[in-house]
Design a protein around this ligand. Structure first.
Ligand code: ZN
Length: 196
């Protein structure tokens, strides 16, 4: 799933009964699992100056980056984080870890050959979903639609949770980018099916 989607969906699910300061840890926990991927991309693109294709087909699959990404997408490690934070009385850390668990649960059904190892380091199992959130060769039209609809549905409660107009604006801009992106990419194919 795309990183901004996690922030909006996690806020809608976890933010319901929270005071507004808790929305920040939820957003941090929603983004954190994908942080190694951003750092990797920045490194590969601007330091190694690799071409886009090589970045995602080769460099991304190097064990070093795969292990860091798996660590940040690990459900058992995040569960341990929740337990430790609860025991130590760190509510913000607990929210971050809960949000990271939800991130992984949302990624699980929407990744095909780029599936993460969500049970790392205890298992290297990857759930290869038949539906990808981006790859048209693996039902990307359906996966991207599921993500789009989930984000749009989550938008209404999230707008109620965010106090700042800048924050509300960011959410609406993300929605519009997704909507236009989806119609741009899959719209012609959908229109072709409807006309038949
Ligand atoms: Zn992710």
């Amino acid at each position: 799933m795309n990183t901004p989607s996690h922030a909006i969906i996690n806020l809608a699910i976890l933010g319901k009964h929270q005071p507004s300061p808790a929305t920040i840890p939820i957003v941090i926990g929603a983004i954190l699992p994908d942080l190694p991927i951003f750092i990797f991309y920045f490194w590969a693109k601007f330091f190694l100056r690799l071409p886009e294709k090589q970045i995602w087909s080769e460099a991304y699959y190097q064990p070093f980056w795969q292990n860091i990404t798996a660590t940040f997408h690990s459900i058992p490690l995040a569960v341990m984080g929740v337990a430790v934070a609860h025991y130590c009385g760190w509510p913000a850390v607990k929210q971050i870890c809960l949000s990271a668990i939800l991130h992984s649960l949302c990624d699980l059904p929407l990744h095909n050959d780029d599936a993460h190892r969500h049970f790392f380091p205890f298992s290297n199992y990857r759930f290869i979903s038949p539906v990808s959130y981006w790859n048209p060769r693996h039902n990307g039209a359906i996966g991207a639609l599921i993500e789009l609809l989930a984000v749009l549905a989550a938008t209404f409660p999230v707008l109620g949770l965010i106090n700042s107009w800048a924050g509300k604006g960011i959410v609406i801009v993300i929605d519009l980018v997704y909507l236009i992106g989806y119609l741009n990419f899959y719209g012609r194919a959908i229109w072709g099916v409807l006309k038949m």
